[in-house]
Design a protein around this ligand. Structure first.
Ligand code: PLP
Length: 398
């Protein structure tokens, strides 16, 4: 099998050739430091202005509200930590969900060690946040609500507008980690009452190591990286000019192609989901059936180990994931799958497949056929499956 079928686009995406092409001159030709005074630097300065404007426009924001960072994780850390520092006179409580990315969850744990209090709101069996529980968790000391736009493992899209309205009604800042949603779903920061938003280049066919934090005008958080005066004194460090140029190009293409691209992905995603759930017994789809990212499918297969399935799929040229890339390497089942109520042994048998526009119907049919074969083979070697069949046989015979 020479061809690779890459179905791990939630972990990262290939950088588009057009993006690489846009970046290249900024390594060797326009290499000036944007803070310098000569013409060579002005070219770089202008390129940054262009990218910032493209990105601002994609969100219905102002260019002055976009701050470049070294990725999604930094943007999440900045939003949470600097809000806590800036607003601690008002209170020390923040609200988030149990299924956030670790860039948010581990930052919350860090803040808890430093005197802040965090409420982790539950989600339902589809991964949707419980809005009643969220509103009931609000205290006079609550300074921030941080809920992700869409989940990176199970693809569930949160009711962001409703959460934004709750935050606004109670005069609390609202941050959303939109790393997965940005480029796949239309987002308007005013319509959704978003005060801060994190995004990352490499999740939408841009380069790695570049992201941004949108900060609404009037939100008074300070700098997180201290040093020079870049990014209007709010984020020090010589700008990653090629990264910023590439990110801008990737966003431009993502916005232009969003409708057509995601419609195609939804169609193939649904073919994948329908075939797998119908043709493989003892299987469930994780995440909401329709309120899910256009490119995300996540399954649990009873009686098998997700890791074994991944390795055998890799031997057939198929790249998938058993959860988030950040948790692989550890044997703990995904916190997201446990939060939607899966028992440990079922969470362990999970497979996430995330599509791109390059995937064809033929690819999907090939993948389903391989998954079917491998799951059957793994089950045939599983003593648990054997026991289960025996017990059921007996019951049927009685
Ligand atoms: C990938 C991801 C991040 C981290 O972004 P990086 O740019 O890799 O630091 C944060 N949140 C979510 C939801 C992600 O999927």
């Amino acid at each position: 099998m020479d061809k690779k079928i890459y179905l791990d686009n939630a972990a990262t995406t290939p950088t588009r050739p057009a993006v690489v092409e846009a970046m290249l001159p900024y390594f060797t030709e326009f290499y000036g430091n944007p803070s310098s005074v000569y013409e060579l630097s002005n070219v770089c300065k202008k390129a940054i202005v262009n990218s910032r404007e493209t990105i601002a426009k994609s969100l219905g924001a102002d260019a002055a509200e976009i701050y470049f960072t070294a990725g999604g994780s930094e943007a999440d850390n900045w939003a949470l930590i600097s809000t806590c520092e800036a607003y601690k006179a008002k209170g020390n409580h923040i609200i988030t969900s149990k299924i956030e990315h670790h860039a948010v969850l581990h930052t919350c744990e860090y803040l808890e060690k430093n005197g802040f209090e965090v409420t982790y709101v539950d989600v339902d069996e589809n991964g949707l946040i419980k809005l009643g529980e969220l509103e009931a968790a609000i205290r006079p000391t609550t300074i921030l609500i941080s809920v992700m736009f869409a989940n990176n493992e199970i693809g569930t899209i949160q009711p962001i507008k409703e959460i934004g309205e709750i935050a606004k009604k109670h005069d609390i800042l609202f941050h959303t980690d939109a790393v997965q949603a940005y480029g796949q779903l239309p987002i308007n920061v005013d319509e959704y009452h978003i005060d801060m938003l994190s995004a990352s280049g490499h999740k939408l066919n841009g380069p790695k190591g570049i992201g941004f934090l949108y900060i609404r005008k009037g939100v008074k958080i300070g700098s997180y990286i201290h040093g020079g005066a870049q990014e209007r004194h709010r984020r020090a460090g010589t700008e990653n000019v090629p990264g910023i140029v590439g990110f801008g190009k990737a966003v431009e293409i993502a916005m232009e192609t969003m409708k057509e691209r995601t419609e195609k992905e939804v169609e193939l995603r649904d073919l994948l989901i329908n075939r797998i759930v119908k043709e493989i017994p003892y299987t469930r789809l994780n995440g909401h059936r329709t309120k899910r990212l256009p490119n995300n499918a996540n399954f649990s297969f009873q009686f098998i180990e997700g890791e074994s399935l991944l390795i055998m799929l890799d031997m057939q040229g198929i790249c998938g994931s058993s959860g988030s890339a950040c948790t692989s390497g550890s044997l703990d089942p995904s916190h997201v799958l446990l939060s939607i109520g899966l028992p440990h042994e079922i969470a362990h048998g999970s497979l996430r497949l995330t599509l791109s526009e390059d995937i064809t119907e033929e690819d999907i049919n090939y993948v389903v056929d391989r998954v079917k074969e491998i799951v059957e083979r793994l089950r045939s070697m599983s003593p648990l499956y054997e026991d289960y069949l025996k017990n059921n046989q007996n019951r049927n015979n009685v």
